[in-house]
Design a protein around this ligand. Structure first.
Ligand code: ADP
Ligand code: MG
Ligand code: MG
Length: 879
């Protein structure tokens, strides 16, 4: 026999994986002697069995369930299914991690047409008995049978209205009997069979429904969002009922030991008299604040406060509790560490340290790193948001709140921004050419594209709010208008975007700026004292760099030089360079670019004040820069003294079938060494000048992208070293510089030992490395990944969370091999993963030197790095 069922007496808080969060909590509360209705938990392993055994509950588990039920009958002195005095139970789901609202609870199970009469007699309260039964029918039909709630709500509404009542509790016993008859009739009509009368059947069906709900689309979507593995499964709790709907000395409520919104100390809670289960949350009646309980039932209030305090001290964290009062007797039904906003989490962690309940190390572990995002972007004014009109909703691609006037192309957005307007850029989809426009915008809204689309990735990088993939929206870029939610929005109209929810509002909703408060700083300081892994930033402009430094960045891990070429005063020059026929022409065009590049780099060095700066040489395929409209081609033709046709044909010649694997990265420098020459000169001259002007110790790090072979790097490196030494001589400087490479092609990981002979540092470009390892591109994966999630092939987007099993192996191997050749090699990561807590943990464990992420994710990375290190320390202690 495999043990699959545990009495609350048999469990404790440590058994969360087996009993689920709710089961472990009920067991722990039972253990410390709190008033908990008796019950038992069917373990998560039984759920795994259920799925492994073709969605059935095996005989062994069934026997254990009924054995536990016999025990419960004995404890309660009532028999399950007894027609005179039936034992009633609740069936409650509870996974390891709390998944609020994902799986529903069934109350009053065990009632049927006969026992409800006995129940009415026994309690002397027919109204209560029928109320319990109608609730049970409602919940069973909805949760177990999947019937729409609307049938039952409709019947209930009708009953209330025909009697002129406002609230359900006004319904009399007779009214409720009529309601029950109607409920059962609609059940028969829709389901094709009578409402099940056998309590054993009711129980097993309910348990199966909970197991089944683990796999419903809502649950799957939630798990993907919060990285909860499918294989965990859920537990089921079966618990004797206590009744909050027995009359005026009964009730039910929920409470927090501190404010989940702000973290402020003091009990925050609400309750309803004469109510059951979720009535409080359902919002039909307005609940009373918990303080009112002091007047209503002083002894109960006193006891409640004592228990709440006990629980908080026991768990040493803010508790979210559910309780029920049955005829003046208090029961607790749930406790858990309460969910909270990031701001509240910081407040509570700091307060608990000050109260001597936890150590700074524990405080650091308590903050969910990803949640800090909420604090780093401006937010909407809460009151104003409530009154806002939602016209649509799409993917919450980049968090933050943005309000401004709508513009439909980058140029218009830039122009409006220059006039001092707040701008929302609306596009069908964005491309690299829109970058300046995106930078100028408060927020970006696109019709196409997923969470890892160009718009989404770039917006997150910039910390700009973005809502993407709004398929309901019809964008007419020519007419400069879009239609959504029955509204036509034209250029210059105000809209507001909530990048955290994906909601799109009409009008100009005011925002409040995000601040790094005292608690935030305190936690960050603690985090820094525990971490080993350095945190750098991906930054292309001095603004981004300064921002990142303010948020704690210790260097630049990736400066993408191509982003510097899209500015209106530069793009013609780079186009001329690209379309040049001869090396001389190309060099001439490139020479014009040197001053621009140099001033960019100087700006970065100055912003970084001597912190390390890694500059990546030109990476994208050249066709990304070429003109697309006839107008632009004409202009370029004039500029280059060529015919329109000539320019057009040269542009066309750059077309590639698979640009992602085409002429890009270091391949460009192999073909056109003059590009590397120009960039080297700009990097070194800028460093020498800033060093002498500002006195910073600068050691530029030049990074060659997309290398797959040692010789490839050697060829490019030779060009770099030649020019760098030349510049040093010219300027009479002894500046130190470093040449390294990105590891973003699987072959480079395989050949890492050889490549390390040439490279002084590696940076894992995990965006490309992921694409190339999986063999699908980030831009196309959105189309089919949904099907992969549905088929349970992949649980998460490998572009958002590093694939530690596959891509991770390559990283680990490359790290190991390179260290053999060059023990002091600096290893970093600069893909999107550098800002993802789970991926950061991986980077820390394999011993990378630093992670590099977008400026707004720097605090997240600092915290995640600390948590990873503390985790390692704790694991080491255990062994
Ligand atoms: P959720 O996970 O959605 O919070 P729960 O299993 O906690 O669902 O159940 C919701 C509510 O149902 C509880 O807060 C409680 O009010 C009520 N409830 C559950 N079990 C019982 C019970 N045995 N007796 C009385 N009320 C119960
Ligand atoms: Mg609950
Ligand atoms: Mg790359």
């Amino acid at each position: 026999m495999n043990k699959r069922v545990y009495l609350f007496q048999e469990g404790n808080a440590e058994m969360r994986n087996l009993l689920g969060g709710k089961g472990a909590g009920l067991a722990e509360m039972t253990k410390i002697g709190l008033p908990i209705p008796n019950g038992f938990t069917i373990s998560t392993e039984a759920c795994t069995d259920y799925y492994n055994e073709n969605r059935t509950i095996n005989d062994d588990t069934t026997a254990q369930i009924f054995e536990a039920l016999r025990w419960l009958e004995e404890k309660q002195g009532k028999k399950f299914g007894d027609v005179n005095d039936p034992l009633l139970v609740s069936v409650r789901s509870g996974a390891r991690a709390s998944m609020p609202g994902m799986m529903d609870t069934i109350l009053n199970l065990g009632l049927n047409d006969e026992s409800v009469e006995g129940f009415a007699k026994k309690t002397g309260n027919p109204r209560f008995a029928y109320d319990s039964y109608r609730r049970f029918i409602q919940m069973f039909s909805d949760v177990v049978m999947g019937m729409s709630k609307t049938y039952f709500d409709g019947i209930l509404d009708g009953a209330r209205k025909s009697k002129g009542y406002v609230y359900d509790y006004e319904l009399t016993a007779e009214d409720l009997q009529e309601v029950i008859a109607k409920f059962k009739a609609v059940y028969l009509e829709k389901m094709g069979h009578e409402f099940p009368q056998d309590p054993n059947v009711q129980l097993m069906e309910a348990i199966k429904a909970v197991f089944r709900s683990w796999d419903n689309p809502r649950a799957n979507a939630y798990r993907r969002m919060y990285d909860i593995p499918y294989e965990w499964g859920t537990a089921v709790n079966v618990q004797a009922m206590v009744f909050g709907n027995m009359g005026d000395r009964s009730g039910t409520g929920v409470a927090f030991t501190r404010s989940p919104a702000t973290g402020a100390k003091g009990i925050f809670g609400e309750y309803l008299i004469n109510a059951q289960g979720e009535d409080v949350v359902a919002g039909i009646r307005t609940p009373q604040p918990i303080s009112k309980l002091q007047d209503d039932m002083p002894e109960v209030y006193e006891q409640f406060m004592t228990i709440a305090k006990t629980l908080e001290q026991h768990y040493r964290d803010m508790q979210d509790m559910e309780f029920t009062i049955e005829e003046g007797k208090l029961y607790f039904l749930q406790t858990r560490n309460g969910k909270r906003t990031a701001g509240a989490a910081l407040q509570i962690a700091c307060d608990l340290v000050d109260e001597g309940m936890i150590s700074p190390q524990e405080a650091v572990m308590r903050i969910e790193a990803g949640s800090l995002d909420q604090l780093l972007h401006p937010n909407f004014d809460v009151m104003a948001l409530k009154n806002g009109r939602v016209i649509g909703q799409a993917l919450p691609a980049s968090p933050g709140a943005a309000a401004g006037r709508v513009y439909f192309n980058a140029d218009d957005a830039i122009a409006a921004h220059a006039e001092g307007e707040r701008v929302i850029l609306v596009r069908q989809e964005t491309s690299p050419e829109d970058i300046e426009g995106m930078h100028a915008a408060e927020g970006v809204l696109t019709m196409r594209g997923g969470m890892t689309s160009h718009a989404a990735v770039v917006a997150r990088g910039m910390g700009t709010c973005c809502v993407s993939g709004c398929g309901d929206m019809q964008v007419n870029e020519e007419n400069k208008s879009f239609e959504l939610g029955g509204v036509t929005v034209r250029e210059g109209d105000y809209i507001s975007l909530d990048g955290s929810t994906g909601k799109i509002y009409l009008g100009d909703i005011p925002t409040v700026d995000a601040g790094i408060s005292g608690n935030f700083e305190r936690i960050m300081k603690w985090a820094d004292s525990f971490r080993r892994l350095k945190v750098r930033t991906n930054a292309d402009t001095p603004d981004d760099a300064e921002n990142a430094v303010r948020l704690g960045a210790e260097g630049i891990g990736l400066c993408r030089t191509e982003h510097m070429f899209f500015a209106p005063d530069r793009i013609p020059k780079i186009r001329r360079m690209i379309l040049s026929d001869t090396t001389e022409e190309r060099e001439a065009a490139l020479n014009e670019l040197i001053p621009f590049q140099k001033s960019d780099f100087k700006g970065l060095y100055e912003a970084m004040e001597g912190r390390p700066v890694t500059i990546r040489f030109l990476d994208p395929p050249l066709h990304e820069f070429v003109p697309t409209t006839d107008e632009e081609i004409m202009e370029l033709a004039k500029d280059m003294n060529l015919s329109f046709a000539e320019v057009k044909s040269r542009c066309d010649a750059l077309h590639e079938f698979n640009p992602m694997m085409g002429h890009r990265g270091c391949r460009l420098s192999v073909t056109y060494p003059e590009i590397a020459r120009m960039q080297t000169r700009a990097v070194i001259e800028a460093a020498i000048e800033v060093k002498s002007e500002k006195g910073y110790e600068i050691e530029p790090e030049i990074m060659v992208p997309l290398v797959g072979d040692k010789k490839e790097l050697a060829v490019v490196k030779k060009v770099i070293v030649e020019v760098a030494e030349e510049v040093k001589k010219e300027k009479n400087s002894d500046i130190v510089y470093h040449v390294g490479t990105m590891i973003e092609i699987p072959r480079a990981a395989l050949m890492a030992d050889q490549i390390a002979e040439e490279a002084e540092f590696f940076s894992f470009g995990t965006n490309d490395l992921t694409q190339m390892t999986f063999g699908f591109s980030r831009d196309d994966a959105g189309k089919f990944l949904q099907d992969y999630y549905k088929s349970k092939i992949y649980e998460a987007d490998p572009f958002a969370h590093l694939d530690q099993n596959g891509v991770g192996q390559l990283i680990e191997m490359a790290a190991e091999r390179s260290r053999k050749v060059r023990p002091d090699i600096k290893l970093g990561i600069c893909g999107e993963h550098g800002g993802d807590p789970a991926s950061i943990d991986f980077c820390n464990r394999v011993g990378l030197t630093y992670v590099s992420c977008s400026p707004f994710r720097v605090p997240i990375a600092r915290l995640a790095a600390a948590q990873s290190e503390i985790g390692l320390m704790q694991a080491a202690k255990k062994n």
